[in-house]
Design a protein around this ligand. Structure first.
Ligand SMILES: Cc1cc2nc3c(=O)[nH]c(=O)nc-3n(C[C@H](O)[C@H](O)[C@H](O)COP(=O)(O)O)c2cc1C
Length: 189
């Protein structure tokens, strides 16, 4: 299935999706750092840049510990990723240490930048909430004023036929709600 937009938008936005078919190959540090570089340029309230990315590359001592954070259904496919990333955010503004309302919102923008850059590089970036958040915070040694937001599996595209049968069907880009269910003039209806 090819996605179609009802209004013309940048193809990169439509082309980003969340595959589970990963090849198990590594990616280069240049590719990995390009993803973080893209994330770095996201907008944030007061330019506070609350996002933090803690990563583990496969074939390193960190890898198994990161993989073990995932729930089994995610571990099944994410074990073929090249990099696993814990995305966290700093709850407070750096300049006055007061709470930021938008640390999660800002960090979501950074994640989307990362995902779009991955798409541009023909890499997979698949976000996950199916993991142990508390264990992730401990593993990443996050202070208490940081929030674990999500994990991301990054890697090279793999063969769909090598996925377990039950995952193969979900490997197509999915659809979206129509605009009139999410956009309102003046007030929510
Ligand atoms: C914060 C977040 C958490 C997600 N958690 C999971 C997850 O645990 N496992 C999974 O397979 N997909 C997960 N996804 C992927 C979503 O299911 C996917 O983004 C959504 O269905 C839209 O599809 P698309 O990304 O292919 O456009 C997550 C996505 C986001 C943004």
């Amino acid at each position: 299935m090819t996605r179609t937009a009802n209004y013309p938008i940048e193809p990169l936005i439509l082309n980003r999706y969340s595959p589970r078919a990963l090849s198990g190959e590594s990616i280069t540090d240049t590719e990995l750092m390009a993803l973080f570089e893209a994330a770095r340029w996201a907008p944030s309230s007061y330019n506070n840049q609350p996002w933090r990315f803690i990563y583990a590359k496969r074939d390193t001592p960190y890898w198994q510990k990161f993989l073990d954070l995932l729930v089994e259904p995610n571990r099944l496919w994410a074990q073929n990723a090249a990099v696993l990333i814990i995305i966290a955010s700093h709850n407070n503004f750096a300049y006055n240490n007061k709470p930021s309302r938008t640390h999660s919102f800002d960090t979501g923008a950074a994640w989307e930048n990362l995902a779009l850059q991955a798409t541009a590089l023909n890499l997979v970036a698949h976000a996950m909430e199916g993991f142990n958040y508390q264990a992730a915070a401990e593993l990443a040694k996050l202070p208490t004023d940081y929030t674990v937001e999500a994990m991301v599996a990054v890697g090279k595209h793999g063969e769909i036929s090598r996925l377990p049968d039950k995952l193969q069907a979900g490997e197509q880009p999915n659809e979206r709600k129509p605009l009139d269910e999410i956009v309102f003039e003046g007030q929510l209806k």
